[in-house]
Design a protein around this ligand. Sequence first.
Ligand SMILES: Cc1cc2nc3c(=O)[nH]c(=O)nc-3n(C[C@H](O)[C@H](O)[C@H](O)COP(=O)(O)OP(=O)(O)OC[C@H]3O[C@@H](n4cnc5c(N)ncnc54)[C@H](O)[C@@H]3O)c2cc1C
Length: 451
Amino acid sequence: MRVAIIGSGPAGFYAAEALLKRTDTEVHVDMFERLPTPYGLVRGGVAPDHQSMKTVTRVYARTAARPTFRFMGNVGLGRDVTVEDLRRHYHQIVYATGNEDDRRLGIPGEGMARCTPATVFIGWYNGHPDYKNAKIDLSVSRVAIVGHGNVAMDAARMLLYTPVKLEKTDIAGHALEVLRQSKVREVFVLGRRGPEHATFTPPELREFVEMDDVDVVIDPGALAGCVIPETEGTTQQERNLKILQSFTKRQPGAREKKLHIRFLVSPTEVIADAEGNVAGIALEKNRLEVNPDGTVSARGTGEIEILDVGMVLPAIGYAAQRIPGVPYDEKARIIANRDGRVVEPVTRSVIANEYVVGWARTGPHGLIGSHKGASARVVELMIADGAGLEARELPGREAIVSLLRQRSLQTVSFNDWKQLDDVEVARGARRGAPRDKIVDVEAMLTVLAPR
Ligand SMILES: Cc1cc2nc3c(=O)[nH]c(=O)nc-3n(C[C@H](O)[C@H](O)[C@H](O)COP(=O)(O)OP(=O)(O)OC[C@H]3O[C@@H](n4cnc5c(N)ncnc54)[C@H](O)[C@@H]3O)c2cc1C
């Protein structure tokens, strides 16, 4: 059976592993990735100070070393190949394209300079080629981050970190330079609902306890009405509340930097100064209302305050990007699917032999480890649906390679990637870092060009 997997993040690699480990069917996997580099958000999203998370790529490299696996980097679906091309050359297709769009606030002033989606800031400090030219100006002292998830917490931590601590990480060199000159001293993390509804996780919150030049500021009244456990707590919500409570009990310190965690506010406008730069953000205070189905929503009270900040980073979620020819669920903003089987978005009828895994299937929920089991479950469906499929005759295995060559594409193999990896690791060694990333696709391809 021949399978094309599109996207080389955790979900794609776990699907490949589950397919290649089968003993009942021989599966050949070709993994297409639009960048010359593999690993998706493990390389381009996970924060540089979370280096230990990135060692998971060793597991993916072991999958890539299997003889029945081929990596086809620098090949984008919808850009260089079409869904029709894939249908012709493979028995089954797995979309593992993640969530590369961000959700917008939809408020006046959102497009102005220094109102930058957190996606852009994160891609920029992680050396993602799409964001290498992002204009990140940290000459302001106060920044607002909208959203109460881990992405907001990552962005806050990176803004408040002492840059010297980041030198020994794989942060992009251009970001390190800008962070060294940063004037940011106060970060406001803003959530529309209460402390019990925040989606950041306790380890991310606890990291601020360990930042000895940062005071965490929370209005003690913000926790009124929350049921805070006596002990550490067992659920994520309880553990968050306990940590938040410990912040409120600390003396307001004289540390140089401050992280303000604010609840029950929604931005209504990004306010500009005379030059058109961010001068503040208008916030409407919210109250919580319980819906008939038991869920809790934030409703505006009409009371507005203006928070003086020089930069705004919306971090309110990601969405799957639309890929030509791939059915898209406009409401959920994911690839249209039922439990991983791709469906036609209106009729919901199954499109045979096409599957989706990872964030492209579910939206931006779940940590890296969660994809292992989830991708394996989709592979079970593929195997069940695919009985007898291998009898369908396809062009030879090399036909897709010829097609890419005819289109003058410089495909990056896994061995090519290893060459790039060696170059980055050697560059990083000069600053004592695990790697110094090449952030430009052309520069990567130049490294690999035959001399
Ligand atoms: C900022 C941030 C920090 C995070 N930190 C952590 C953390 O510390 N620990 C943790 O466990 N989890 C973390 N996560 C979550 C984790 O990164 C995700 O759960 C996981 O990466 C999702 O895997 P995926 O394979 O679905 O998507 P991705 O990792 O996004 O991979 C998708 C891949 O598809 C490729 N692609 C997209 N479109 C195409 C196309 N048209 N053609 C070819 N290729 C394409 C992309 O280039 C990418 O390589 C973080 C997430 C974010 C956003």
